[in-house]
Design a protein around this ligand. Structure first.
Ligand SMILES: NC(=O)c1ccc[n+]([C@@H]2O[C@H](COP(=O)([O-])OP(=O)(O)OC[C@H]3O[C@@H](n4cnc5c(N)ncnc54)[C@H](OP(=O)(O)O)[C@@H]3O)[C@@H](O)[C@H]2O)c1
Length: 178
């Protein structure tokens, strides 16, 4: 199973700028294209409820990929669910991955935000990180990872410069998880 965590961050490790939501107002066109390719290759996407709320208007549902939104109150979103395309769940990360595996979904993309990234990383459920770093500093905003204690080590698979300004795409495999 291929479980990829994808994020775009500023140089100071923020996934959002100040009190805004989302990253589309500040990430590069090259990162947008990279993210669109990752989505196209996935057959399941996992996100937190806050990320879903922020992206709701631009999410394009498809029967080719199941989107699972984690929330502790899935009943509130019952009307928004679309069979085989959009679900709301309070299952644990491990339960979700096991269920996806049973359904034959093999290419899973974890798209955040910070709470969900930290949760899946801590549980040892991420095999690869695709981290885009935009050469910007915000000072305030949402952190890449919510504070959950863990010890993880990674091996760099590739480092690509995506544009002249120096947006970097770093790909890391997880080599140890405790
Ligand atoms: N730059 C990037 O790459 C990037 C990527 C993704 C998101 N973002 C941005 O980051 C912001 C959101 O990040 P965030 O960290 O604040 O929130 P988040 O991770 O998107 O969502 C947090 C929510 O997930 C649910 N949740 C968390 N743990 C859970 C668990 N164990 N079981 C069930 N549900 C659980 C809760 O929903 P309930 O409160 O409903 O229970 C919680 O409020 C948004 O502005 C988004 O646009 C940026």
């Amino acid at each position: 199973m291929n479980i990829i965590l994808a994020a775009v961050i500023s140089l100071d490790g923020k996934i959002t700028r100040h009190n805004e939501t989302g990253a589309i107002s500040w990430n590069s066109i090259e990162d947008k294209k990279h993210f669109a390719r990752l989505i196209a290759k996935s057959d399941a996407i996992i996100m937190g409820r806050k990320t879903y709320e922020a992206a709701r208007k631009i999410i394009v549902l498809s029967p080719r990929r199941l989107r699972i939104v984690l929330t502790r109150a899935p009943e509130k979103y019952k009307k928004e669910a679309v069979s085989r395309e959009l679900e709301f769940s309070k299952e644990s990360p491990r339960q979700i991955i096991r269920r996806l595996q049973k359904m034959g979904r093999r290419k899973i993309l974890i798209v955040g935000g910070g709470e969900i990234y930290a949760l899946f990383l801590r549980e040892g459920l991420v095999s690869r990180i695709e981290l885009t770093i935009e050469p910007k500093i915000f000072g305030t905003g949402g952190n890449f990872l919510a504070p959950l204690q863990m010890k993880k080590e990674f091996r760099l698979v590739s480092a690509r410069r995506l544009n002249r300004r120096g947006t970097l795409l770093l790909t890391y495999d997880v080599i140890s998880t405790t």
